[in-house]
Design a protein around this ligand. Structure first.
Ligand code: AMP
Length: 551
């Protein structure tokens, strides 16, 4: 028997129309670095999204599911593009401005982007690439920057504000099949070429609802979210969509991502929530210690993208900012798990342990663990295997290119269609995920696994250590052993013996897991999205560039 319910498509258009109408007075505040921030209501941004869609269609001739790329910071114009492009039926392609030039060229060509909307401050990055981007016909420039960099480029150049001026303020949005592409984002690609994940209208809609659930970020129109996680990194964790759904105000840092301006915007704009990867928060913490600010408004901080070190969580708790840890990937939209402790643990000794896990799976994310021989492992909190997931906002394939079938490489998708995450961990009986490592980062020592993440967290809880990354290096006897690379606080006199003793102290780390190879580095190399880039360290070690001491 069929249901008697209406079959209304779940679309980004609906989120836009709803946000602009019902939450019209909510605000997007964009930091400008000097003077007053730019303030724009959802109503104004919604109208401007309509005007942008007219400009893209009428002036630039964008039709069908053509790709419109953005090379932009987090700001109100980027939010307008987020809604205008999918709502008109085209596909938003956010470009990661931290990628090396050759990867950006690959991505734009692979997606066959026709238009690039770019912040003026990023023209020095885009202009030299244009001769290598044959599909790009139009460049739309927004915000301050040197337009002369585009002189002589074989594209038509437009001013964002001039395109919008005088355009109609209503749009007859097309009926869109909810399974159609709305947005795409390429994974940062630690190996091989970047791979395109294509989000549907439906996946974005359902994911936004999940983000807004009380057990997830649970924000309301009384909140202001400081969206530090870039809009080019998995749709800023879904926040621009989720905020329009619930009227949550957004504070956008634009290009001012250094710790000092972040501290300043928190003090003056008083956000209640913020979202970013741990490296941003480590920087902010150091800044706040050096120069205390009033950050009392910020009571909720979502941390994900890499494991949240316990020391960071404690330090933030002490400042009154409650950290909520979450796990996800570009392929998972990204919300996969979020660590809200279960009711029975709240206020008990167990609570902190639950908060440190990657978190609990929501109903729409099914999970299973696969052992090295392909066997299913139990949810017992002990058996560690590769995490596989499936659900309505989880990728089932990568974009193959125009006219090419989607790609389902066997190392990323199981035969029955689950996503192989490449993350290794355990799941407790009550559905909490604890990641012990990336499959490729785990240290395989004499047939046993050593978690690089455990060693890093233990090292980073040492008062003299700012950052630490641990990588596997070849070892004649054991196959692999850990190499500890450590960034010490300025003026610290800590030596390797004392750090090693610290790890062994109170059984933090089992003796056989203690690193014997140590080196001091100036900073841990980071990927384009601010995560530890361990392949750089592995290469530096292999090429003898690190000054390693063996204890
Ligand atoms: P990306 O697609 O660039 O967002 O990277 C996704 C990967 O980041 C995941 O597969 C994990 O390895 C890692 N990651 C994300 N969140 C966490 C977390 N909370 N703890 C540990 N690793 C994480």
């Amino acid at each position: 028997m069929l249901s008697t319910m209406q079959d209304v498509p779940l679309t980004v258009t609906r989120i836009l129309v709803h946000g602009a109408l019902v939450h019209g007075s909510s605000q997007i505040t964009t930091w400008t670095g000097e003077g007053e921030p730019q303030r724009r209501s959802f109503r104004e941004a919604g109208t401007r999204a309509v005007q942008l869609a007219h400009a893209l269609r009428d002036d630039l001739g964008v039709t069908g599911d053509e790709r419109v790329a953005t090379l932009m910071w987090n700001n109100a114009e980027h939010v307008e593009a987020y809604f205008a492009i999918p709502s008109m039926g085209a596909v938003l392609h956010t470009l990661n401005l931290r990628l090396p030039a050759e990867q950006l060229v690959f991505i734009v060509n692979h997606a066959a982007d026709r238009v690039v909307i770019v912040n003026g401050s990023l023209l020095p990055l885009l202009a030299p690439l244009l001769p290598h981007l044959p599909t790009v016909e139009h460049v739309v420039v927004s915000g301050p920057g040197d337009r002369s960099l585009l002189d002589g480029a074989a594209v038509r150049v437009h001013e964002y504000e001039e395109l919008l001026a005088g355009k109609p303020t209503t749009y007859d949005w097309p009926e869109i099949d909810e399974r159609q592409a709305a947005a795409m984002c390429y994974t940062s690609g630690t190996t091989g070429d970047p791979k395109g994940v294509v989000y549907s209208h439906r996946s974005i809609y359902l994911h936004s609802m999940q983000v807004n659930m009380a057990q997830s970020m649970g924000l309301t129109d009384r909140d202001t979210s400081l969206v530090v996680v870039p809009q080019f990194h998995v749709n800023a964790w879904g926040l621009p969509h989720a905020t329009f759904m619930s009227g949550i105000n957004m504070l956008m840092p634009d290009r001012f991502l250094q710790a000092a301006p972040l501290a300043e915007m928190i003090e003056s704009e008083r956000p209640t929530h913020a979202a970013a990867v741990p490296t941003i928060w480590q920087g902010l913490l150091a800044e706040l210690h050096a120069k205390p600010r009033d950050v009392s408004s910020l009571t909720q901080v979502t941390i994900g993208g890499s494991a949240c070190p316990p020391s960071l969580m404690t330090a933030f708790d002490e400042l009154g900012m409650r950290v909520c840890h979450a796990w996800g990937m570009t392929e998972t939209s990204p919300l996969g798990t979020i660590a809200r402790p279960p009711a029975h643990a709240v206020g008990t000794d167990e609570e902190f342990g639950y908060r440190l896990t990657q978190g609990r799976f929501p109903a729409s994310v099914e999970a299973r663990l696969t052992g090295p021989g392909g066997e299913r492992l139990p949810w017992d909190g002990e058996s560690a295997g590769e995490l596989e997931v499936r659900g309505p906002w989880i990728a089932g394939a990568y974009y193959g290119g125009q006219g090419v079938e989607p790609l389902r490489p066997a190392d990323k998708f199981s035969e029955d269609g689950w996503l192989k995450t490449g993350d290794v961990g355990t799941i407790s009986a009550d559905g909490f995920l604890t990641l012990t490592d990336r499959a490729k980062d785990v240290i395989k020592s004499g047939g046993e696994w050593i978690s690089s993440v455990d060693l890093e967290n233990a090292l980073m809880s040492h008062p003299d250590v700012t950052e630490a990354a641990v990588v596997a290096v070849p070892d004649e006897k054991w196959g692999e052993r850990p190499l500890a690379t450590v960034v010490l606080k300025a003026g610290s006199a800590a030596d390797f013996e004392s750090l090693r003793a610290f790890l062994a102290d109170e059984g933090k780390i089992a003796r056989w897991q203690l690193p014997e190879r140590w080196t001091i580095i100036e900073s841990v190399p980071k990927t384009s999205v601010g995560k530890f880039d361990k392949k750089v360290l592995r290469r530096q070690y292999a090429e003898g560039e690190l000054d390693v001491t063996k204890l």
